[in-house]
Design a binder for this molecule. Sequence first.
Ligand code: ZN
Length: 449
Amino acid sequence: MQTVIEGAHVLTVAGDEYPDGHVVVVGNRIAAVGAGPAPEWARTGRVVDGRGCLLTPGLVNCHHHLYQWVTRGLAVDHTLFEWLTTLYPVWAGIDEDAVRTGASGALATLALSGCTTSTDHHYVFPREGGDVLGAEIRAAAEVGLRFHPTRGSMDLGRSAGGLPPDHVVEDRDTILAACADAVARWHDPSFDSMLRIALAPCSPFSVTGELMRESAQLARELGVRLHTHLAETDDEEEFCAERFGCTPTQYVADLGWTGDDVWFAHTVHLDDAAVKTIGATGTGVSHCPTSNGRLGAGIARVRDLVDAGARVGLGVDGAASNEGTSLLEDVKLATLFARARGGPRAMSVRQAVELGTLGGARVLGREDEIGTIETGKLADLALWRLDDLGHAGIADPVAALVLGAAPPLELLLVNGRPVVEHDRVVTVDTEAVAARCASVQRDLVAKAG
Ligand code: ZN
C-alpha cells in the first residue's frame, strides 16, 4: 500500500517546514519527505492532491476516559469533587456494551479532530460489568487508532476516607492481578505497536498509598508505564495537606511515582518545588486545558514545566468534562491559556502543535516512532484543508490551524491506513454510533435513578 501526498504545506515538527512539499507513505512507514513534488519512483500508488492543505503529524492524546462519552452533559456547573460524587452512581452502571459504545463515539470524534494515537484511563470496573477493558480495545481496533489504554483502579472508598462510594472500588489483590493479566493479554512493545498497556491508579483521593507503591513496582517489573491524575484542584491539595501533610507531588514522589516512565494528568496546582521535581526527573504531564476550564480547576504552569525539563503533551480528558472531545481545540486552548497566564510569548503556535504531536509521543515513550514527519517513522498523518471560507487568506497555515476555527480534515492516516477522508470517518458508521450512544446514555441515567 503506497500513498503520496504532494502540494501541501508540510510541517514536520522535526525542524523542517516545506511550503510546497511531499510525503511518501509505503506500508505503515514514511518513506520520503521533502520540498516540491514527490520523486518519480513513488508515483505508483494513490496520489493525494494536498494543495490548499497543511500536513502535520497526527495528534497524540495523553489523557481520556472514553466511557464518559455516554455520560456527557451532567453536573455541568459543578466543581470536580461535586461532579465526581454526582457521576460515580451513573458510572457504577457501565458494562461491556456501554464502554464499547462510548469508546467508539469518543474515538471516532477524536479521529475527526486529527488524533491518531490515544490513551485511555479506565478506572471503573463494576462487578457485573464484564470485560470492559477488552471492550474498549475492540472499539479502538474498529475505529483504527493507535491505542494506549491503561488498567486504572480505585481502592479507597468513602468508608475509608476516600471520595468514591464503596461499591465502585475494588480490593488491592484483585486490582494487581487484573493489571498483570491486562499486560499479559494485550501489551505489545514492538516498534509499530497499535496497542500498549499502562497501569493507572486513579488519584490520591480514591487510591491508597499501598496501591500506588505496588502498582509502580508491578509496572516496572512488567516494563510498562504509569499514569495517574495529579494536582488537579484546590480540593485535592487540601485533601493531601490534611491526610498526608504534604503537597500531591511530594506525596506521589515519595511513593516512587517520578521518572521517564510516569505521566500525570493535569498538574494544575504546582508550587516551584513540584515543577522542579517533575522537570528534573523527566516525568511526563498531560495538560488538559478544556477540562481544567470546564471544571474551573485553574491553568497549569505549562511554560514552567517545559522549561524545567518535563515531557509535556496534551489530553482532552474524559468527555464528561469535555463534551467536545476535540484534541485540536486543546492545541488552541493550550496556546491561549499559556499566553493568558504568561504573556504573548509564553507559547508560539508551532510550540503548541509540537506539544500536541511530538510532546505527546515523548509522554508515551514513542518519540522514535511517531510525533514528527521523518523518513522511517510510522505514517500517522493529518491533512487539514485551509482553502475554505474560514481559513483562506490567513498568511501562516500553522496560525490558521491553531488560532482559526477547526478546519475540515481532508485525510487522516493511522499506520498508513485512512481513518478519515474528506472530513468523514471511513472505518465506522458514525450515525449508527451516535444513535447507540444516545440510547446507552438514557439507560445509564435511568438506571442510576
Ligand atoms: Zn481525567
